[in-house]
Ligand binder design. Structure first.
Ligand code: FAD
Length: 490
């Protein structure tokens, strides 16, 4: 009965791989997923310790509809739209609450900074316009196919986009929009959502603030790993076969034809192969190609992260699900990350506390803290030394801002650094989002979702088009499934 069904191998069970597997299975292909780790999810993972549960990677969930559309109704999970997106703490003592209600947020900004509320509202309106013009072209489309890019509608969108004259960096855009340096810093921060530098990344990245403030920030009822659990269950229901602890060793091809993969020493034939692994790893290990590797290496990697997971002995009512403690000197912080390849001695600190939403994530009266600073991609730094120094600086900063003695409250600690991110997920240099967007041409330089010279081979995930982050990885899977469908019709 299965003899006429096309076969597909997906390499890697990250979010892009899971979404691709579901979409290909729905197209009627027989799909097998090969994953080197013992569990699905890749960078989206969790761990439990001493009665606590921690989401280890992503903490922010936007565009949940992209997950919903993959799931059967009974597998759809509950997620809540956050009423408070983030609590911001500035070194001058200002505390600013980013309410999800845009008008309320703008009023809060006016009250705390003296800037008219209309300033924030106008900025977000402009960000929305840019999103509407660019997303269909750059996010939900494979613009590496000229036919897709040059539709009349896209050309119209691009012409309108050029008229908006958004050619400066995100930082320059924000300086023009906001007379208050705290707001510039707040809106510059969105560059870090794809691991980039606001002083270099194009102003178009203001679309991320539109995603968060106007389309909404969400949180799954059982935490971020619920996204993976549901997609995994959906894939299995569709008959996708998973092989865990099974790294793929080689992509098999010859004379411009895709043959399949080598795994566990065996050659397996597949008509379609979708790689969800880091593109650098793909060309260094699975299909060695020096030229392509050099091209990838010329692009600046996105930032990585240094994360401390702390079981805290008490609750902190002042804090929310997402909390940001800004540095005094943002420019110096990014110069350290991208030029000096180190962490400044006053880094911006992000504290994510999932038990604020998922009560069972920490024992009663306690909290699970995920404390993260941006870190440079791994380039041989002495991480043990950096970790020790940064830990002290974080504690001093949080103690100062919160009026606490945090050392006494830490029950246990786990740490994730760029080297562990690289080792655990294969991400080149431990970068969180593949190549950075530190150039106006970054979007055009990302690896395409296909290879014209090897029909049947496709690429999804954070290191290829359209980029890193859950929504974009999901988009890459959709783009690939559409291409496979088109190919099947031919
Ligand atoms: P990956 O997660 O990179 O998974 C690739 C998989 O391939 C891994 O499971 C790996 O084990 C497997 N693999 C590698 N080599 C082989 C092989 N040879 N054979 C078989 N399998 C192999 N995004 C957001 O949207 N919101 C956030 O808040 C957010 N925060 C983040 C925080 C951190 C600390 C990190 C690291 C990332 C964060 N991201 C966030 C980014 C997001 O997690 C990633 O962009 C996304 O999860 C990447 O998915 P992927 O499909 O590229 O696969």
């Amino acid at each position: 009965m299965n003899q006429n069904r096309s076969t597909a191998a997906v390499i890697g069970a990250g979010i892009g791989g899971l979404a691709a597997a579901i979409r290909l299975a729905r197209l009627g292909l027989l799909v097998e997923v090969f994953e080197q780790a013992a569990h699905p999810g890749g960078k989206i993972s969790e761990f439990r310790q001493a009665g606590f549960r921690f989401d280890k990677g992503p903490s922010l969930f936007t565009l949940p509809g992209l997950v919903d559309e993959l799931l059967d109704d009974d597998l759809k999970f509950d997620y809540r739209k956050l009423e408070v997106i983030t609590q911001y703490f500035f070194e001058d003592g200002t505390q600013l609450t980013a309410f999800a209600d845009v008008k309320r947020f703008a009023d809060e900004v006016a009250q705390k900074t003296g800037m008219p509320a209309s300033g924030v509202l106008d900025y977000l309106k402009q960000a929305e316009k840019i999103y509407q013009l660019t997303a269909p072209v750059f996010i939900f489309n494979s613009f590496h196919r000229f036919g897709n890019l040059l539709t009349w509608q896209n050309v119209k969108r691009l012409l309108q986009f050029f008229r908006l004259k958004t050619f400066s960096t995100l930082h320059q855009t924000n300086v023009r929009a906001f007379p208050d340096s705290r707001l510039v810093q707040l809106f510059d921060r969105y560059a870090t959502y794809n691991g980039s530098n606001p002083y270099k990344t194009p102003g178009t990245l203001s679309v991320i603030s539109h995603l968060e403030h106007q389309l909404g920030a969400y949180f799954p009822k059982q935490g971020m790993y619920q996204i993976v659990d549901s997609l995994f269950e959906q894939a299995r229901r569709l008959g996708v076969k998973f092989h865990f602890n099974t790294p793929v060793d080689e992509l098999l091809s010859g004379d411009g034809h895709l043959k399949g993969i080598r795994v566990n020493g065996l050659e397996r034939n597949f008509e379609v192969v979708v790689s969800d692994i880091d593109i650098h790893q793909f060309y260094s290990e699975l299909l060695p190609d020096k030229k392509r590797l050099q091209k990838i290496e010329r692009r600046e990697a996105s930032s990585s992260a240094l994360i401390f997971y702390w079981g805290m002995k008490k609750r902190f009512p002042k804090l929310d699900l997402h909390n940001i403690f800004f540095s005094k000197n943002y420019q110096e912080e990014f110069a350290c990350l991208f030029e000096k390849k180190t962490i400044s001695n006053d880094p911006t600190v992000y504290v994510f506390i999932s038990c604020k939403e998922v009560e069972t994530d920490a024992p009663e009266g306690m909290e699970n803290w995920f404390v993260m600073v941006n870190a440079p991609a791994h380039a041989g730094q002495d991480w043990a030394k950096l970790k020790a120094a940064v830990r002290q600086e974080i504690i001093a900063k949080l103690n100062r801002q919160l009026g606490e003695q945090l050392e006494e409250q830490i029950l246990f600690e786990e740490v994730l650094d760029p080297v562990s991110i690289e080792n655990q997920t294969g991400s080149f240099q431990g970068a969180m989002y593949g190549p950075s967007s530190n150039s106006p041409f970054a979007a055009f330089n990302r690896h395409a979702n296909f290879r014209d010279d090897l029909p049947g081979l496709y690429f999804v995930g954070g290191s290829v088009h359209p980029g890193g982050g859950i929504p974009l990885c999901l988009s890459s899977a959709k783009i690939v499934a559409e291409m496979v469908e088109e190919k099947m019709k031919r």
